[in-house]
Design a protein around this ligand. Structure first.
Ligand SMILES: [Zn+2]
Length: 361
C-alpha cells in the first residue's frame, strides 16, 4: 500500500508510542478553563476556542514569547499538587483517546513550585519541592494508567534558562524519584540562548545512575550542529529531542549511529513553530535508510492543536514514500529507543506488531 492510500483513521487505530511529549504542552483548553474556574484565575479568553486562538497568535510573536505567555499561562494553573495530578491524569486520557499505548511524559519541576516567574504566577504561600512536584505528577499518571490502561514513564526536565545550581537540584530530585517512574533527566526550552554546556554538571550527576538522558538539541537557534555535538559528548545524551538537521550532516549521522542515539523527531511541532517549511527537510527517509533510531513524536499536541495521529498522517501525506510498513518501523524505533527495561521493550514491540497484524518481535 502506498502512502497516499493511508487513511487518518487507519493511523489513529494503530497502536502508537510517544517519547517526546510535554505535560504543560498537552493540557486541553477545556481542562485549563476548569482549573481556572476552580482557582478563580482570569484567562485571556472567554472560551476554549478563543484560548486556542490565543496560543496560535502567540507563536507569531516569537518562540521566546511562546514559552513565556503560552507555556507560562498553562503552568500558572499547574502550581499545586492537586492540579498537577489532574493535568497528569488528563494527559493519560489524551494518550488513550489517540491509541497511544506507551508514552514518556516530560515536564520541568522548576515551573511548578508555586513561585514560578512566568505569566501571572501567584506568589504562592505554598511552595512545592521538586520532589513533591514529581510525585504529584506520578500520582496522576498512575491513576490514569489504572483507569485507561496506558503505561507512562516520566522524564524530568531542566528548563535550560535556569541557573546551573537549579539544574543540579532538579537532577538530584530526578535521581531521588526513580521509584516514581522517573526514567530520565531531560533538557528543554530555549536552546537559542542557553546552550547545553550550561547544565553539564547536572547531567554528570546521572552518569553513575540508572537514569537515562534526553536532550533537546538541534531544534532552534544558530548553533544546532554544535549543540548536538555537545549534548552527545558532554551530556552523554541517550536521545536527542528534535535534532532536525542530522540527515544533512554526515559527521552527525556517523556519531549518532556509533553511539546508538535515538532521535525524537517532532515534525508537526517544527512546522507549527515555523522552524521548517516542509517536513521533508528533516530527512526521515535518509535516517531510516541509515538505520538511525528515529521516531515520530508530538511535542506539544494540545497547545499546538494536533494529535500524534495528525503528526504521522501529515508526514505520510508529504513523504509519499512512507507506507504502513514505514510507519510500523518508526513505531518499532520508538520502542527500541524508549527508556523501558529490555523485557518491557520486547513486550511493547510485540504489541506494536500485533496491531499491524504481524506476529511477535
Ligand atoms: Zn520538546
Amino acid at each position: 500500500m502506498n502512502a497516499g492510500a493511508i487513511k487518518r483513521s487507519e493511523i489513529k487505530r494503530l497502536p502508537k508510542i510517544d517519547l517526546h511529549r510535554h505535560l504543560d504542552g498537552d493540557v486541553k483548553t477545556e481542562i485549563l478553563f476548569n482549573l481556572a474556574r476552580k482557582d478563580k484565575v482570569h484567562l485571556p479568553a472567554k472560551n476554549s476556542r478563543e484560548l486556542a486562538e490565543y496560543f496560535k497568535n502567540i507563536k507569531n510573536t516569537g518562540l521566546a514569547n511562546l514559552f513565556r505567555e503560552g507555556f507560562g499561562l498553562v503552568t500558572s494553573l499547574m502550581q499545586t499538587p492537586e492540579n498537577l495530578a489532574i493535568t497528569a491524569y488528563e494527559e493519560v486520557r489524551n494518550l488513550y483517546n489517540d491509541n497511544i499505548i506507551y508514552a514518556e511524559i516530560q515536564f520541568a519541576p522548576q515551573y511548578h513550585t508555586g513561585e514560578s516567574v512566568y505569566y501571572k504566577h501567584r506568589n504562592g504561600s505554598q511552595k512545592n519541592s521538586y520532589e513533591e512536584v514529581i510525585k504529584s505528577v506520578w500520582r496522576g499518571l498512575r491513576q490514569g494508567e489504572r483507569d485507561f490502561g496506558v503505561k507512562t514513564n516520566i522524564i524530568v526536565d531542566i528548563g535550560r534558562e535556569a541557573a546551573p545550581e537549579i539544574g543540579i537540584a532538579v537532577a538530584n530530585a530526578a535521581i531521588k524519584c526513580m521509584k516514581y517512574n522517573v526514567v530520565a533527566l531531560g533538557l528543554a526550552t530555549d536552546e537559542a540562548n542557553f546552550p547545553p554546556e550550561r547544565h553539564k554538571q547536572a547531567f554528570q550527576l546521572t552518569f553513575n545512575t540508572e537514569l537515562k538522558r534526553s536532550v533537546h538539541a538541534g531544534e532552534f537557534g544558530n548553533q544546532l550542529h554544535k549543540n548536538i555535538i555537545t549534548s552527545i559528548n558532554d551530556l552523554k545524551a541517550d536521545r536527542l529531542g528534535h535534532a532536525r538537521i542530522v540527515s544533512q550532516h554526515e559527521d552527525l549521522l556517523k556519531k549518532i549511529k556509533e553511539n546508538n542515539i535515538g532521535i525524537e523527531s517532532c515534525p508537526e511541532s517544527n512546522i507549527f513553530t515555523g522552524l521548517i517549511k516542509s517536513r521533508q527537510e528533516i530527512g526521515i527517509k535518509k535516517l531510516l535508510d541509515e538505520n538511525v533510531l528515529v521516531s515520530i513524536n508530538s511535542d506539544d499536541p494540545a497547545m499546538f492543536g494536533y494529535t500524534l495521529t495528525d503528526t504521522i498522517y501529515k508526514l505520510c501525506k508529504e513523504e509519499t514514500w512512507l507506507d504502513i510498513e514505514g510507519v510500523r518501523r518508526l513505531q518499532i524505533n520508538a520502542a527500541m529507543s524508549s527508556f523501558l527495561k529490555q523485557d518491557k521493550k520486547k513486550a511493547l514491540i510485540k504489541l506494536i506488531n500485533k496491531g499491524y497484524n504481524l506476529d511477535g518481535a
